[in-house]
Design a protein around this ligand. Structure first.
Ligand code: PLP
Length: 307
């Protein structure tokens, strides 16, 4: 990618120069026609990126705000949920769900290993009274570099018929193929500082039709992260609150760049880079943290050398 600083951390990721320069101007009024045009354009671009017909709502806040919004807008106090936890961000899901008084059953995976889809399948099939309201998991677990099988787990959730899938795609969106509508994912949370290639500060929640159905019964407290407010205003090309205006300039610039490259080329580039990185790491005699064939195209974690 053009002119990027080679910042080799999991995020914030490097920001292309043209995206950086798109931000270096005065903020404009967030209720102006000029800004509305940007909201309108980026809303369509976000649907393209998520491969969905549903609205993708933009929050001024970090990725965790989008995760929390996904939970509090679809669930109610005491709801039973399954939470995948095979790393630091799986742990975060558990903490957010518990903070809101959900009845959390944790499905653990060893660090460096993917979550086992069959564990989800078994518990969902045994839930004959349909008490499980959501399956919550991290797609690309940044802390270990493991990619979880979101497609298969989402399929099991669909077979259950009542639960929804809430996925943290903070690291994977914009790097990996996540066809939201085709796979039937109900909620996707993501953040600006990873695959979007813009600085931290915006996060995104895509809510499918089943997520909105769940929203109608959700009684968890919400105000700033009440997604109904965001839906109402996005339909008027606006925001409920004062958004990070200059980050919207960056969002428009980066999504336009991504559209020029095309989704398939973006995904292929990340797989190519993952393969090259993994080969280089192994060539240096270092060990990968993620189990063989379960490394994420978005992030490669390296096991520190033992002395
Ligand atoms: C997989 C994953 N989920 C959630 C987050 C949390 O995002 P934030 O730090 O933007 O709140 C991160 C950030 O690194 C992440 O990598």
């Amino acid at each position: 990618m053009q002119d990027k600083l080679n910042l080799m951390i999991p995020g914030p990721t490097p920001v292309p120069e043209n995206v950086l320069s798109s931000m270096s101007k005065h903020p404009i009024g967030h209720r102006s026609g000029e800004f509305q045009a940007i909201v309108k354009k980026t809303s369509e671009q976000l649907k393209w990126l998520h491969q969905t017909h549903s609205d993708v709502l933009t929050i001024t806040g970090s990725g965790t705000a989008a995760m929390e919004a996904g939970i509090i807008n679809t669930l109610s106090k005491g709801d039973k949920v399954l939470c995948g936890d095979n790393g630091k961000f799986g742990e975060r899901w558990v903490k957010v769900a518990q903070a809101y008084g959900l009845n959390v059953k944790v499905i653990k995976g060893d660090w460096g290993q993917p979550l086992d889809p069959n564990e989800f399948k078994k518990i969902l099939e045994e839930d004959r009274n349909k008490e499980i309201k959501a399956v919550i998991l991290t797609h690309s677990e940044t802390s270990t570099g493991v990619i979880n099988d979101l497609q298969t787990i989402t399929q099991y959730v669909q077979n259950h018929g009542k639960a929804i899938t809430i996925a943290d795609c903070v690291t994977s969106l914009g790097a990996c193929n996540i066809p939201m509508d085709k796979w039937g994912i109900d909620v996707i949370a993501s953040g600006s500082q990873k695959g979007y290639m813009i600085p931290p500060g915006l996060s995104f929640v895509a809510m499918g039709p089943r997520a909105w159905e769940a929203n109608a019964h959700s009684d968890l407290p919400k105000f700033y992260l009440d997604l109904k407010q965001y839906l109402k205003t996005v339909n008027k090309d606006s925001n409920p609150f004062t958004p990070a205006v200059n980050l919207y300039f960056a969002l428009e610039a980066s999504l336009t760049m991504m559209q020029k490259e095309g989704l398939n080329n973006i995904f292929k580039r990340h797989i190519r880079h993952k393969n090259a990185t993994q080969a280089g790491i192994k060539g240096m005699g270092l060990e990968l943290f993620a189990a063989e064939n379960h490394g994420s195209p978005a992030i490669t974690a390296v096991m520190p050398k033992k002395y």
